[in-house]
Design a protein around this ligand. Structure first.
Ligand code: PEP
Length: 252
């Protein structure tokens, strides 16, 4: 049975006080069941939120890590530093990193490896922009991102990866992919993993959907056989919306 995961990506939101308040509420509301809940906070929140987490099913994550291990890289935060603050997960290759910070596949591949070397579970994001979907290139775009970002990993390393399919046109727009669109792409991704690493690894790889997921559409999205949860942006900023999404699994 592969993991069900709902991860909140706070992005560049919340003061330290606001973030710790939100984390306290989520920690209180999270149930000890088979859904893994992850809070991907800004770097400065990590160690404070780590002190708040008491539930076995609630985990801490970062939103990015440096592409170098350590040294003279002013302003960067390494995978080792993130791990030392108590995180278990790190988002890598979010579309905002790819577009605003020009992060390309080879840089992301370095980040994935550094995360793994430091015992962090990468949540590797992939997804096409609207123009690519309209041109019918979305499958090729996602395939290339996954192959370049992940497919030189050993089987043992790949078995730790979580993938998030996030069509860029759905992120923060209020327009989510339909359940059919999500399932279609997730199934294709699982097929790629099967071809590269075999059935057992593919069956165990969690593939999350991201893009305008909310309590009202989470159940329909998560009910698909290849959708194993979500990476949640805007709706992770309020405990009621975020937990509404986590609880969607109870209705499936
Ligand atoms: C995201 O940024 O990963 C995301 C899915 O954002 P939103 O839920 O706001 O669309």
């Amino acid at each position: 049975m592969r993991k069900k995961i709902v991860a909140g990506n706070w992005k560049m939101n919340k003061t330290l006080a606001e973030g710790t308040e939100l984390a306290k509420t989520v920690n209180r509301l999270v149930e000890e069941n088979d859904v893994t809940v992850v809070l991907c906070t800004p770097f400065i929140h990590l160690s404070e939120v780590n002190k708040i987490i008491t539930k076995d099913s609630l985990f801490l994550g970062a939103q990015n890590c440096a592409s170098e291990a350590s040294g003279a890289y002013t302003g960067e935060v390494s995978a080792q530093m993130i791990r030392s603050a108590g995180a278990d997960y790190v988002i890598i290759g979010h579309s905002e990193r790819r577009s605003c910070f020009r992060e390309d596949d080879s840089l992301l591949n370095k980040k994935v490896k550094l995360a793994l070397e430091n015992d962090l579970i990468p949540i590797f994001c992939c997804g096409e922009i609207l123009k690519e979907r309209q041109a019918g290139k979305h499958i090729q775009v996602v395939k290339t991102q996954i192959e370049n970002g992940l497919f030189d990993l050993t089987t043992e390393d790949f078995s730790k990866i979580v993938i998030a399919y996030e069509p860029v046109w759905a992120i923060g727009t209020g327009v989510n992919a339909t359940a059919e669109q999500a399932q279609e792409m997730h199934k294709i991704i699982r097929g790629l993993i099967t071809d590269r690493y075999g059935h057992q690894i593919a069956d165990n790889t969690p593939i999350l959907y991201g893009g305008s997921c909310k309590p009202s559409n989470a159940k329909e999205l998560f009910a698909n056989p290849d959708v194993d949860g979500g990476l949640i942006g805007g709706a992770s900023l309020t405990s009621s919306d975020f937990m509404g999404i986590v609880y969607a699994f109870k209705e499936i």
